[in-house]
Design a protein around this ligand. Structure first.
Ligand code: ZN
Length: 404
């Protein structure tokens, strides 16, 4: 059965094929480490880790790039608030906490983990290409992408330029300089004292979206297979990324599969620092085993908005315990292919992880009551390895760098 996977571009499930045979080039938008991360981030990275593990199990080499946005408005704001504390210090402090959380959740470390500030030459080069190819213009030290020069803008979101034009543009800084309402900054002048780099257009710093394009192209090439990120990044960030990559390099499509994870809410409300309603993965892992939290996160289909409620993990305690006991029970017989296949088929069918876990729970029950055919426990163990559970023997985070 071929692997079929949903892409947001066109809103359809399509048979998965890679640009290069046997190799998956995968980019997932990382965090802006100006503050602590919350359970929503863990949800995203555990989901993409599981997709990556499934592709590895299918025999692909997977090159997985996840960036760190270490220069943007939020980083500068926090640095100012902390009396001009160096941005690299703020980044390293918050990033270390995130990495520790993801290690405990058994998330494979990225093949490449690039910082935006290490890619200023590539960002300048991409911006210059866009100017040379007629997709960008310079106004007094700022460089804007000219959306009118890219008719496909809006396709990822299924919206025409006219429809998008009615929306508020989240990147509306210095709007008086722009030719078009939807135009966005590739390079920007900075306030006195803020971090800046030399460029052909004067000292300044990059816009947000151009960073991801420059890092994706540098580490994966001008065409990639999977681009992941939260559904809140679909507009304008990912729309911008398509316009930038295809505009600068003239290849289409930049990305074969756009995979967006749903948002995690808390008791029906979007988690946000300003509302003070954050749940942190590491707080939950004080009470629950990391694999138990992983099971909770994977109980939701990747695209669906999830709603965390207090005690949600308690409701999964019985299932967690049964999976763990069954998968670790001794079964000297090799994995029974038919049993494993039932679970794999769910994953082949648009990465239905909750469905795969349902199948796994059925197998676990059969193992525990002694009604399973020989090899079922081993099959269950292998399936749970694909899904990244440490108790089943899935490989650990440090082995993520499989194809440097
Ligand atoms: Zn990004």
């Amino acid at each position: 059965m071929p692997f079929r996977l949903f892409t947001s571009l066109g809103n359809e499930v399509r048979e998965f094929r890679t640009v290069a045979p046997g190799e998956v080039r995968m980019y997932v938008c990382g965090v802006t480490p100006y503050d602590v991360t919350h359970l929503g981030h863990a949800f995203s990275y555990v989901q993409f880790d599981t997709l990556r593990r499934f592709l590895l199990w299918k025999g692909y080499r997977v090159r997985y790039v996840q960036n760190v946005t270490d220069i943007d408005d939020d980083m500068i704001m926090v640095s100012r608030r902390q009396g001009g504390r160096p941005i690299a210090e703020i980044r390293d402090e918050n990033d270390a906490i995130l990495r520790a959380d993801l290690d405990r959740l058994n998330v494979l470390r990225p093949t490449v983990y690039p910082y935006a500030t290490d890619h200023i030459p590539e960002i300048i080069e991409t911006t210059q290409r866009l100017i040379d190819r007629g997709h960008a213009y310079v106004v007094d030290g700022d460089v804007f992408f000219d959306v009118a020069s890219f008719p496909r803008y809006g396709r990822l979101n299924g919206l025409s330029l006219a429809e998008l034009g009615k929306r508020e543009n989240p990147e509306s800084k210095r709007a008086y300089k722009k030719r078009g309402h939807l135009d966005f900054l590739l390079w920007q002048q900075v306030e006195p004292g803020d971090p800046s780099w030399d460029s052909p257009w004067g000292p300044g710093r990059p816009g947000w979206s151009i960073e991801c394009t420059a890092m994706a192209v540098k580490h994966l090439g001008t065409q990639i297979d999977i681009h992941g990120g939260g559904s809140d990044l679909k507009y304008p960030h990912h729309e911008n990324e398509i316009a930038q990559a295809e505009g600068a390099y003239g290849v289409e499509p930049f990305c074969g599969w756009w995979v967006h994870n749903g948002m995690l809410q808390l008791e029906g409300v979007k988690m946000s620092k300003s509302l003070g309603n954050l749940v942190l993965a590491r707080d939950l892992m004080r009470t629950y085993e990391p694999d138990h939290l992983r099971l909770y996160l994977l109980s939701h289909q990747i695209r669906v908005d999830a709603n965390y409620v207090a005690g949600a993990l308690d409701g999964l305690a019985d299932r967690y315990e049964r999976l763990r006991r069954a998968a670790t029970s001794v079964d000297a017989v090799p994995a029974r292919p038919a049993a494993l296949q039932r679970i794999v088929e769910r994953l082949e069918d648009d990465f239905d992880v909750p469905g795969a876990l349902e199948e796994a729970a059925g197998l676990a029950d059969a193992v525990l009551v002694g009604a399973a055919e020989p090899g079922t426990a081993a099959a269950l163990r292998e399936a749970l390895q694909i899904l990244g559970f440490a108790f089943a023997g899935a490989r650990g985070p440090a082995t993520g760098d499989v194809s440097p």
